[in-house]
Design a protein around this ligand. Structure first.
Ligand SMILES: [Zn+2]
Length: 422
């Protein structure tokens, strides 16, 4: 075999959805619907990289097909870039399934909290858990994500809320990145909630984050991003600014949770702070959204959250696309919204936020790569990028939103290696 011959090839894909960069990175406005599809598509891979993208006929004429060791026939199948999940909280211990019946009985979040549930239950359990336990929990989640077609994941800390527990959580994320086939991007979210021992003293906790947590985490290289849960009654816009500005001084890139429950002018703040991505945005006002579009802040929409909270309003995705905001999708996986499946999120995005299947797929691939600043490596099927590919038991991309409640994945390739074969 010649040196430039592939060691893996996918041929005869009914649809090869490349999400080619020619339609913009990130995709905005009408371009979100441009998938750059190749019929009877083929991809060739050498080591961990894509070395050819085109039709099967072109692949056969370019390479000695018989000599390629791994050949995958994708007849009647759809091939897309691996999904990227740019906003999750997978580092935690325990579970909160008992809260569903309380929610169904009409109990408020505060009542659930008073009954010993909610986020503080997860904080108690995560603080008690060993590093090894957090890694073990994370591995199970990543395995399922991979099985559902995700190849790159962001995860946040934020269930430790003390220096030691936040460091333990980020160490778990870093170990998972090293040991698991998936790429795991770490975000420090010490400002996720006010820890019980700081009740009524939020400013003191903000000072702890700024003076101890951020410097330590940055010096140990444990996180790439810093996030804040900016919300009425949690962290104010002023406190959020203080934390994000401190994080920036230490080289952590900014992202924020905003306007989930109330409009606190979070979208405007995201634009002002030049956040890479901002999540939730259910209640954001038009002025803020226009500022986000102008500043190029990516809107990370998390339709699993209103679904779990049984809300009738979702983020105004159509308006965001019209305003020219790059939109991405994520699971927001956490103990209160537990899904590993981007396929499920695509379904929710289409049915409840009126994204088209093409827009949802763009949101879950190239725009998600931009939300993690990895658009040069992943998010599309192009020569030179990582060979992160997913093959689906579906003839076209519309099936991703059309046939729901099942896993359509047949094969997942991560860094050029087959990691899932259903
Ligand atoms: Zn979140």
């Amino acid at each position: 075999m010649k040196n430039d011959e592939p060691d893996l090839a996918i041929v005869h894909a009914n649809q090869l959805v490349t999400i080619d960069s020619k339609f913009g990175v990130p995709r905005i406005g009408e371009k979100m619907g441009e998938l750059a599809i190749i019929l009877d598509g083929a991809v060739a891979v050498k080591d961990d990289k894509i070395i050819f993208v085109g039709t099967t006929e072109d692949l056969m004429s370019k390479f000695t097909y018989d000599q390629i060791i791994n050949k995958i026939d994708a007849t009647n199948k759809l091939v897309t870039p691996g999904f990227i999940d740019p906003h999750t909280h997978i580092i935690f211990d325990g579970s909160r399934e008992s809260e569903l019946s309380m929610k169904l009985a009409g109990k408020t979040y505060l009542e659930i909290l008073e009954a010993g549930g909610g986020i503080l239950k997860t904080v108690r359990e995560t603080r008690r858990a060993s590093l090894e336990k957090l890694v073990e929990n994370g591995k199970k989640i990543l395995d399922r994500m991979m099985n559902y077609g995700t190849t790159t994941v962001e995860t946040k800390s934020g269930y430790g809320l003390s220096l030691d527990s936040e460091i333990k959580s980020l160490k778990a994320a870093n170990i998972l990145n090293k040991d698991h086939p998936l790429d795991v991007v770490s975000t420090f979210l010490g400002a996720h909630a006010i820890p019980p021992e700081y009740k009524g003293r939020t400013d003191d906790y903000v000072n702890l984050i700024i003076s101890e947590m951020i410097p330590k985490i940055a010096s140990e290289g444990l996180a790439e991003f810093c996030d804040v849960f900016c919300e009425e009654g949690i962290f104010s816009t002023e406190q959020t600014q203080k934390i994000i500005n401190a994080a920036k001084r230490y080289g952590l890139k900014p992202q924020i949770h905003i306007d989930e429950i109330a409009d606190t002018n979070g979208a405007l703040l995201a634009a002002k702070l030049k956040a890479v991505q901002a999540g939730h945005l259910l209640k954001s006002n038009d002025e803020g959204l226009r500022a986000m579009a102008k500043a190029g802040v990516i809107a990370t929409l998390l339709p699993g959250t209103p679904f779990c909270l049984m809300l009738k309003d979702y983020a105004p995705a159509r308006k965001m696309i019209e305003f020219g905001i790059p939109v991405t999708l994520a699971t927001d996986l956490n103990p209160n919204c537990w899904t590993e499946s981007i396929q499920m999120i695509i379904v929710l995005a289409c049915y409840n936020m009126k994204l088209s299947p093409a827009e949802a797929l763009t949101a879950a691939t190239i725009n998600a790569a931009c939300a993690l600043q990895r658009q040069d490596q992943v998010g599309s099927i192009e020569v030179g990028k990582k060979a992160d590919l997913v093959m689906f038991n579906a003839p076209n991309y519309q099936f991703l939103a059309y046939q729901f409640g099942i896993n359509l994945v047949s094969t997942v390739i991560k860094n050029g290696k087959i990691v899932v074969q259903n």
